[in-house]
Design a protein around this ligand. Structure first.
Ligand code: LLP
Length: 438
């Protein structure tokens, strides 16, 4: 069993996170319950930032809040000096409500609405990452109307796509995001942006993928961008102040995953940017990165109560828990794999293999296939590890199941940061039928 961060087995054979026995958490807050190891989030945030500080470089480490957004989480990111990547009005609203410093907010998205853009401009956020020509046009109009200017980055697709252990270079990028680096679109965009008094063009952004275990893709993306920068310097006298290389740093979900340390990714990115800057005669730009999963993924654990079991003779045993694809869509959506343990029986030998089923009316609602566990009974507590990223944030109410609560644990204390949804919440937006039947 691999235990992340402050997770450990205590003297009672129970799982403890942040110095708190998870059985007490389950008892107090109920299950399913998301538990976040705050010390681990802080450690990661500091590691990313320290790597830039040690290199003496100006940088921003922006937490990609799509991984897990809540008022408390955003406040934690603020406390740790991170910047913030938001991708919707809802994520922006959360950040504003959390009191996050607006100048450190970056707004992403391939179809930001005029209302969302207006909200971003009203709050004078740090920058908008312009994604397409439509957005350039509407943002420019809004700026004119609101008599203000805005810092922007241009999102480009560099023709590098990274998947886990390998990356592929694609000639023509087939992506809904950004301006293609090689078909002339990015130059058109630069011209439009530079001509407009509405925009301060800070630089360019790219994001090459997610759950990446290799640095080669980032290096290649930097190489490709710098080749273009030399052209743009000549043609437009444009020299970027900022180079944002996105997120995507991989984490360990199971033993199949071999992540690199956070600072290693940063070191390699710095090296690639420095080498290119020196080679082409640029000052080293500010480097921005946008980790989501690698800041919060392995800091999250979901606690479930075990309920029914079904033995299919000669085939498998299903053990069902009180959550599933509602609170963690990733196994159903991506066949994502997780490790788990019976939190109240960590010191009992695992002598059977079972499959963990969710409670939704759908055969595909399986959280884990083939997990080694001890003998389990209803009421036992299953802890699924590494659920901190894209778990709660993709949670849903399928089958009208309320979403779980979320607690933060640190230094032996727990605090509720998202309340459990209630059945009243479930029907809160429903309106009664205006019946036509006489
Ligand atoms: N920046 C941009 C522009 C992104 O699109 C993303 C993720 C990130 C940063 C953060 O990537 P991370 O460091 O978390 O890998 N729902 C999927 C992941 C979707 C990622 C979308 N973009 C999952 O559960 O695996």
């Amino acid at each position: 069993m691999f235990l992340h961060g402050t997770s450990r087995q205590n003297e009672r054979g129970h799982l403890e996170i942040g110095g708190v026995d998870v059985l007490t958490l389950a008892e107090k807050y109920g299950t399913p319950l998301y538990v976040y190891d705050v010390a681990l989030i802080r450690e990661r945030a500091r590691k990313f930032q320290k790597a830039f500080q040690e290199a003496g470089l100006k940088a921003q480490v922006a937490y990609a809040s799509k991984a897990f957004s809540s008022v408390a989480m955003i406040q934690l990111a603020g406390e740790e000096g991170l910047s913030l990547d938001v991708v919707s009005g809802g994520e922006l609203f959360t950040a504003i409500q959390a009191g996050f410093p607006v100048e450190r907010i970056h707004f992403h998205g391939n179809n930001k609405s005029p209302v969302e853009l207006q909200m971003a401009l009203q709050h004078q956020i740090g920058c908008i990452v312009l994604d397409n020509f439509h957005e350039i046009a509407i943002t420019e109009q809004l700026c004119k109307r609101m008599e203000q200017t805005v810092n922007v980055l241009l999102r480009i697709t560099p023709g590098v796509e990274a998947h886990t252990h390998d990356y592929i270079t694609t000639g023509q990028e087939d992506s809904k995001f950004g301006f293609d680096l090689h078909n002339g679109q990015v130059e058109q965009a630069i011209e439009k942006v530079l001509q407009s008094p509405a925009f301060h063009l800070l630089g360019v952004h790219c994001h090459i993928g997610s759950q990446i275990f290799d640095t080669a893709g980032f290096v290649l993306a930097a190489d490709k961008i710098f080749e273009k920068l030399t052209e743009w310097r000549e043609t437009y006298s444009f020299v970027p102040k900022v180079l944002n290389l996105g997120g995507g740093f991989g984490i360990r979900y199971t033993e199949e995953d071999e992540p690199l340390p956070a600072d290693f990714y940063v070191e390699k990115i710095i090296e690639a940017v420095k080498t290119n800057a020196e080679h082409f005669g640029f000052e080293i730009p500010e480097i921005w990165i946008e980790p989501g999963r690698s800041l919060v993924g392995d800091a999250g654990t979901t606690l479930y109560t075990i309920g029914s079991q079904k033995q299919v003779p000669g085939i498998r045993k299903y053990v069902a828990v009180d959550g599933g694809m509602n609170d963690n869509l990733r196994p159903a959506l991506y066949e994502a794999k997780y490790e788990a343990a019976v939190a109240n029986k960590l010191n009992t030998a695992c002598d059977q293999t079972v499959s963990i089923a969710g409670k939704c009316c759908e055969s595909g609602d399986m959280l884990i296939w083939d997990l080694e566990v001890p003998e389990v009974y209803d009421g036992d507590l299953l802890a699924v590890f590494c659920t901190g990223a894209y778990g709660y944030s993709m949670a849903n109410n399928y089958n009208r199941i309320p979403r779980p609560a979320v607690v933060f644990v640190e230094d032996g204390e727990a605090q509720l940061v998202i309340q459990r949804e209630t059945y009243e919440d479930i029907i809160k937006l429903d309106l009664p039928l205006k019946s036509k039947v006489k």
